[in-house]
Design a protein around this ligand. Structure first.
Ligand code: SAM
Length: 349
C-alpha cells in the first residue's frame, strides 16, 4: 500500500494520534464511516499499534457468570426484559461463589458477575457474594448488575469489587429514552460517580439502535473518553424475538469494528472486549476485533442449564474457555501467564 493510497485526512489523523493529540468529533465520524479501503486498513493498523504500544500484546480473558436472568427493567432491545415470557433462574449465593472460585482456577484475569437488574440480591446478599469470591480467589471482581445506589456501589467496592460495567447504551438522550423506561440523567450521573468511587469503570453502547447516527456513536466515544471510562463494551444490536425491536435491523459489523478502532485511538489504555454480540453474528468476527484494537475476550462460566436461558439476544453464542483459548493460541495471540499455566495443568495445549 503506497502512501498515495491514504487520504490526506487519514494522514492528519495518524499524525495526531502519534503525537497523542485529541481527535475531534468530525475526525471520529470520518473513521467510523470508512469502508474496506487502504484508509480503513490504516485505521486498523494504527489501532493495533496503539494497543500494543500502550498495553502490550496480551489478550486478557475475563470470565463471566450470568447469575440471574430476572430483570425489573424493560429495555426495548433486551430478551430478558421484565415482561419477556421466558424461563427465569436465580443462582444461589453459595453456587455463585463456587462457580466463581472454579472459574478462577482457569487463570482468568477478572471475574465478571452479570445479571438482569434483580433486587432479590439485596445489598447484604450482594456484598456477601463479592466478599467471599474476593477472599477465595483474590481475582479482580467486575460488576455488571445494572443500577444500584451510590452507597451500595461504595460498599461493594469496600468488600472487594474493583470494576463496574454500566453501559450508557447511548449518550443521546432521545435515543436513550426511546429504548429505556428509566432515567437518562441517573444513568449518566451514576457512571460519573463510579469513576469518582475509584472503580475501573466500564461504559459502552449498542451499534444500530433506532435513529442512531455516526455522530451519536462519536459522541459516545468522546463522552467515555472525557469522563474517565477505562473499559468499553461495544456490540452490534441483535434483533430479539418478542421484544419491541424484534423487526429492527441488525447493527452494522463494519461500524462496530470501526468503533473498536476509534475507541482504542481515543482512550489508548482502555480495556476493550471484542464482544459476544459480534461472536453471535460470526465467531471469526470476534477474533477480527482483536486485530483492530480490542484486547479482551469474555468467556462464559455460567452453568449450562442457566446459560441456555440467559438470552439477552437471540442465539447468543457460548464463548467457551477451552475453545476460545485454543483458537487464540492457534492465531498466535499472546495470553497471560496465569492462563497458560492453567492450560498446561489441563494438558490442552
Ligand atoms: N442488567 C445489566 C445492565 O443493564 O447493565 C447487565 C446485563 S445487560 C443484559 C448486558 C448488556 O447486554 C447491556 O448493556 C446491553 O448493551 C446488551 N444487550 C442486551 N440486549 C441486546 C441486544 N438485543 N443486542 C445487543 N446488545 C444487547
Amino acid at each position: 500500500m503506497g502512501s498515495d493510497d491514504i487520504s490526506q485526512t487519514m494522514k492528519v489523523i495518524s499524525k495526531k494520534v502519534l503525537a497523542e493529540e485529541t481527535l475531534s468529533k468530525e475526525e471520529i465520524i470520518y473513521l467510523l464511516q470508512l469502508e474496506e479501503s487502504p484508509n480503513r486498513k490504516a485505521l486498523f493498523d494504527l489501532a493495533n499499534a496503539v494497543r500494543c504500544d500502550t498495553l502490550g500484546e496480551t489478550i486478557f480473558i475475563k470470565g463471566v457468570i450470568e447469575f440471574s436472568n430476572y430483570c425489573k427493567r424493560e429495555c426495548a432491545y433486551c430478551g430478558i426484559r421484565a415482561s419477556s415470557k421466558i424461563r427465569r433462574y436465580r443462582m444461589d449465593p453459595e453456587e455463585i461463589v463456587k462457580v466463581a472460585t472454579d472459574s478462577a482456577r482457569h487463570g482468568i484475569n477478572t471475574i465478571i458477575l452479570q445479571s438482569g437488574e434483580d433486587p432479590f440480591y439485596t445489598t447484604e446478599i450482594m456484598s456477601d457474594i463479592i466478599k467471599k469470591i474476593r477472599e477465595a480467589t483474590k481475582k479482580p471482581i467486575s460488576l455488571s448488575i445494572g443500577e444500584r445506589t451510590p452507597e451500595e456501589f461504595k460498599l461493594f467496592k469496600e468488600v472487594g469489587a474493583s470494576k463496574c460495567l454500566l453501559k450508557q447504551e447511548s449518550v443521546n438522550p432521545q435515543i436513550f429514552k426511546s429504548v429505556h423506561g428509566f432515567d437518562y440523567e441517573t444513568r449518566i450521573s451514576l457512571l460519573k460517580i463510579l469513576v469518582l468511587l475509584g472503580y475501573v469503570t466500564g461504559g459502552g453502547d449498542i451499534i444500530g439502535l433506532p435513529n442512531q447516527t455516526l455522530g451519536d456513536i462519536a459522541d459516545d466515544i468522546i463522552f467515555m473518553r472525557d469522563i474517565g471510562i477505562k473499559m468499553v463494551g461495544i456490540g452490534p444490536f441483535i434483533p430479539t424475538k418478542n421484544t419491541p425491536l424484534e423487526n429492527h435491523p441488525i447493527g452494522s459489523v463494519d461500524v462496530t469494528l470501526n468503533a473498536y478502532a476509534c475507541t482504542r485511538l481515543a482512550i489508548p489504555s482502555v480495556l476493550l472486549p471484542s464482544t459476544t454480540a459480534l461472536a453471535t453474528i460470526d465467531p471469526n468476527l470476534q477474533y477480527k476485533g482483536l486485530d483492530v484494537g480490542c484486547n479482551v475476550i469474555m468467556v462464559n462460566f455460567t452453568p449450562a442449564e442457566c446459560r441456555q436461558i440467559y438470552n439477552i439476544y437471540d442465539d447468543k453464542r457460548n464463548v467457551e474457555f477451552y475453545q476460545t483459548t485454543r483458537e487464540l493460541l492457534k492465531r498466535k495471540k499472546r495470553l497471560s501467564p496465569s492462563i497458560l499455566k492453567a492450560l498446561e495443568r489441563k494438558e490442552v495445549v
